[in-house]
Design a binder for this molecule. Structure first.
Ligand code: NDP
Length: 464
């Protein structure tokens, strides 16, 4: 019997695609799925790759079909399923066999599992790019002991996306670092998608453009600084027609979006870290709000429809607003990563993180290469202040301001772009207004404050 190079558990959307990708890259992959019929269907449907795919009906059989030291990828839902699989596998494995959790785990869970594993090899890897990425080249963010990463990195690099020949598979650090970076990636993804949706709202409601014209505009922008996977697919989504009714797809899709684990975890963790990521936060909130359709309809009946035609902004302004917004939201994501790196003593490689996102993942974009270069030049600086991005912001922040102002007057909700603008303005205001907060806190709670002359723990004389 062929001893496979690697095992994979969980032949759902992602696991099946990843297993085929592994086989496609010349490795023998042993597979097991909780529902046995799925395992056999997978083998039967593997076509030319079937000879590299080795199905097993039990975990014992899977393990006996792997070359030693073994490595087994878990691609099952995050949470209990991962713990159950680890508990089922560990007694069957040798001490140097490795478990790799490749789902979207909460990084706190990965930290715990890594600690529970002790010296037993365990990796938590973030895999981005959806089903197509998993099949033809995802972006892979690895976390765990470096020596364990090195043992399987030849397989992970082979199956990953490539940017100019460089694999988008990188070790981020110990324990849950890979899953943490993946979560922030997903947070940025939420904000990027939300900003694009807000631009669509301006075009549709403020400018009265057809879905097709919106698609053409996104397609044009995809040739400039906004060149990215999300811009490209937004153009295609806007241009697509429903085969049943002939209407634009955007007019048959309900305007309510959900949010799953990673976006929510990112904003919760940002609060723990005191990392300001308002654009990402606004994007998660916007999804929650979008799902309140009945309330929104009630509000429209009560107050009248909010969106009105917008004057005084052009499509060039809108493109500039998105360019500025995108830089601001990525800057927030990288600042959060920096905060976590300091707080958890992780030494996260910021330039490498920008590099690993250049291909394969959902947020891949032309700008990420410039971000990688900017962070290579100075990894300690807010991305907005790097010369390349500072120049872009100097050029485009007025457009962002015009668009946000016009949208506010026109009643077109723009939570992510507006909060991005507020972040940008706050980050270039040397004298802010928290002195008032400190005065209030001292007034009602004798909390004390610091004075500009350097004296600490001072109190005010507030009078009656
Ligand atoms: P699917 O629902 O398509 O597949 C889930 C798989 O896990 C199935 O093979 C299922 O087996 C198995 N499974 C479920 N529960 C258990 C359990 N308790 N014990 C053992 N096996 C179990 O999920 P996806 O492939 O979409 O997602 C897998 C992971 O990848 C998740 O963590 C997800 O967040 C992550 N991910 C998903 C992405 C996507 O775009 N879909 C992108 C990036 C990451 P069975 O056939 O028996 O039900």
């Amino acid at each position: 019997m062929t001893q496979a190079d690697i095992g994979l558990i969980g032949l759902g959307t992602m696991g099946a695609a990843l297993a085929l990708n592994i086989a496609d890259n010349g490795f023998d992959v042993a597979v097991w799925n909780r529902t046995t019929s799925v395992t056999h269907e997978f083998k039967n449907d593997a076509g030319d790759l079937a000879s590299k795919v080795h199905p097993h009906e039990t975990l014992e059989s899977l393990i006996s079909g792997l070359s030693k030291p073994r490595a087994i990828i878990l691609m099952v839902p995050a949470g209990d399923a991962v713990d159950q699989q680890i508990a089922a596998l560990r007694p069957l494995l040798d001490p140097d066999d490795m478990i790799i959790d490749a789902g979207n785990a909460n990084f706190h869970d990965t930290n715990r599992r890594a600690q529970d594993a002790g010296d037993l090899p365990f990796l938590g890897i973030g895999v981005s790019g959806g089903e197509e990425g998993a099949r033809f080249g995802p972006s892979i963010m690895g976390g765990g002991k470096r020596a364990h990463w090195d043992r399987v990195s030849h397989i992970l690099k082979a199956i990953s996306a490539k940017y100019d020949g460089t694999p988008c598979a990188t070790w981020m650090g110990n324990e849950g670092t890979g899953h943490f970076v993946k979560a922030v990636h997903n947070g940025i993804e939420y904000a990027d998608m939300q900003m694009i949706a807000e631009a669509y709202g301006v075009m549709r409601d403020g400018m009265g453009m057809s879905a097709d014209a919106v698609g053409t505009t996104f397609a044009t922008w995809d040739n400039g600084p906004l060149d990215s996977y999300l811009t490209e697919i937004s153009a295609k989504v806007a241009k697509a027609a429903d085969p049943e009714t002939g209407k634009p797809m955007l007019d048959v899709i309900v305007d309510a979006a959900g949010q799953k684990g990673t976006g929510r975890w990112t904003v919760i963790e940002a609060q723990h870290l005191a990392a300001p990521i308002p654009a990402i936060d606004a994007a998660v909130v916007a999804r929650n709000l979008s799902s309140q359709r009945a309330n929104r309809t009630h509000g429209q009946d009560l107050f009248g429809a909010a969106p009105q035609p917008i004057d005084g902004v052009s499509l060039d302004d809108l493109e500039g607003a998105l360019i500025a917004g995108k830089i601001i939201c990525y800057a927030q994501g990288f600042e959060m990563i920096r905060k976590a790196s300091d707080q958890f003593d992780w030494a996260l490689p910021l330039p490498d993180i920008a590099r690993v996102w250049r291909e394969g993942c959902i947020i891949r974009s032309k700008m990420l290469n410039d971000m990688a270069e900017a962070l290579t030049d100075d990894a300690d600086r807010n991305l907005m202040f790097a010369p390349f991005f500072a120049d872009l912001l100097k050029t485009h922040h007025d457009a962002l301001r015009r668009v946000v102002a016009a949208a506010a007057i026109g009643g077109v909700a723009m939570p992510a772009l507006a909060s991005g603008l507020a972040y940008f303005d706050a980050m270039r205001t040397a004298r802010g207004t928290a002195n008032m907060i400190q005065g209030q806190r001292d007034f009602f709670g004798a909390h004390g404050f610091e004075r500009f002359d350097g004296r600490h723990d001072q109190h005010g004389h507030w009078g009656a």
